[in-house]
Every structure is written in structure tokens, then in C-alpha cells.
Design a protein around this ligand. Structure first.
Ligand SMILES: [Zn+2]
Length: 185
């Protein structure tokens, strides 16, 4: 089957297929099954990049699952690091501004401008940081260990210590201090 024929059957561009073949990108999960049906292979073989003999099939499937899990964990870890590197400098520089405005000789209007600016900056950054935290990984209920993604406002308004937030579990309905976890299971 040529790239053009396959592309037409899947309703995507043949450049996308050439990228898969050269290893520059992977097919989206949404078309993997259809692609596998067309090629008469299974997802395990697609991810492995080769036909798999029956005796090593389970082993390869497990390797592929673990590799995917590592990828998800790594992505979420990077996002949480980004949150830290956005929030930490903003809080420090905001506190420095408030300190300067409180203790150093300057006109009153300048004090006010500095303090207002510091607060607006800290709040803006905090809102962005919570958005990153909410999307990266999951929170785990302490009561039933259900892992889920809360809404933005549920996350933002929850009491928290670091990334551990006091929230209501959507499954068991209990409130608890829920830890951030990187994966769904
Ligand atoms: Zn629960």
C-alpha cells in the first residue's frame, strides 16, 4: 500500500504517514485502531514496530504499556516543574517589591504602585500555576483512592499545602487532603 492510498483511507495527509515511517511522530491514538485494521496488525505490533511472535507477545505488550506510562509521568512531571518555575520567582520578586515599598524612602504613590503591582503579579501567576497543576496528573482521594482531575475552580478554591489539596472526592463524596499523583492508576 502506498502512503497516498493509506492516507486517503484514513482521511489524513500523506505527509503525516511519511512522518510515522521516518519515526518523526506517532499516529494519534484516535486512528490507531483503524490503521491497525487496514494493515492487519494489532496495536501491540504497531507500537513495537514489528510483527510479534506469540511467545514474546505478552512481554512486548507490557514493555509498551510501561513505556507509555513513563511518557505520561514524564510529561506531567515536566508540567509540574514548569508550575514551580513560574510561581517561585513571581512570589519572591513580589515579596521583594512589597518589602522595598514598606521599608525604603519613596513617595507614597510609588509605594502604592509597587504594592498593587506585586499583588496583581502574584495573583495572576498563581491563577496560571493552578491551571498547570490542575491539568498535570491527578489527585488521589485518601478515603477510596479514586484518582481524578478536578475542575479548575475546584482546584483553585481548595485549601492547600503545596500541591496537596483539601477537596471533595467525586466518587465517594468524602472530603480529604488529596495528594497530586502523576498517573491515573
Ligand atoms: Zn473517594
Amino acid at each position: 500500500m502506498t502512503q497516498a492510498v493509506l492516507a486517503e483511507k484514513l482521511g489524513i495527509s500523506d505527509r503525516a504517514i511519511s512522518k510515522w515511517e521516518t519515526g518523526k511522530s506517532m499516529p494519534d491514538s484516535g486512528i490507531m485502531l483503524e490503521l491497525c485494521n487496514l494493515l492487519k496488525i494489532n496495536v501491540n505490533e504497531l507500537l513495537s514496530g514489528e510483527r510479534i511472535m506469540a511467545e514474546v507477545y505478552d512481554k512486548r505488550a507490557e514493555e509498551n504499556l510501561l513505556a507509555m506510562r513513563r511518557e505520561v509521568e514524564e510529561k506531567n512531571r515536566q508540567m509540574l516543574q514548569t508550575e514551580y518555575w513560574i510561581a517561585f520567582p513571581a512570589v519572591i520578586s513580589g515579596l521583594v517589591m512589597v518589602f522595598v515599598a514598606s521599608f525604603i524612602e519613596m513617595p507614597v504613590w510609588l509605594r502604592i504602585v509597587l504594592i498593587v503591582f506585586a499583588f496583581v503579579m502574584i495573583f495572576t501567576v498563581a491563577f496560571i500555576a493552578v491551571g498547570i497543576e490542575q491539568k498535570a496528573g491527578y489527585y488521589e482521594c485518601q478515603n477510596c483512592h479514586h484518582r481524578y482531575v478536578p475542575t479548575y475552580w475546584q482546584t483553585n478554591l481548595a485549601m492547600h499545602m503545596g500541591r496537596t489539596r483539601y477537596m471533595k472526592c467525586p466518587k465517594c463524596g468524602k472530603r480529604s487532603w488529596q495528594k497530586k499523583v502523576l498517573t491515573h492508576l
